[in-house]
Design a protein around this ligand. Sequence first.
Ligand SMILES: [Zn+2]
Length: 199
Amino acid sequence: MRLYDILFEAHWAPDTDSNITERTGQFADLMDVVAKQLGLPPPIITSGLRGPDRQAKAMFNIWRKNGPEYLINLYGNLCASCSKDAGNIAEKLADVWGKNKGFIPRPLILSGSDKAKQLIQLGVQVLSSGNNISAHQTGEALDYGLVSNNAGDIQKILGYIKSNNLAEIDEIDESGNKGGPHIHITVLGITAKGSELIN
Ligand SMILES: [Zn+2]
């Protein structure tokens, strides 16, 4: 699948990789157009493409802030668009991290913790040796953080997109994620009506 730097008017948080598929880019554009129509500020994308590094870092943060059960349930049960063995991989990561921890958790600043970096590297090894776990790794998913909009406003935009049949998506409400509350979207398709709206 072709990856490219998005030319649409999407709004990206710092330290995100905007190299996503064309279809995902069209969805980002749709989000902006609908937000404008509803009189809401442009929603902020807090995660796009994730190679093994970013994927391991994201999952490490989830594990550290919410615990192993949250991580395993998220990837094993809540994520319909994740790969079949996503739950097993999440379990493997939680296991590796649980066995090797022994550092004092710090709030979010991973760059300040060498131990955290080592643990993330262990995670990268696990993720590099298996199949993709998340649609983020192929540029087919976006996270909309609760930054410019709250969860209710993002749901309002998504509700509009769904009820007007503009795109086919798979979403996970992670507004309760303590490591960075967001709504996750895997983009399955843009309808003819949806592409009409953005062109
Ligand atoms: Zn996500």
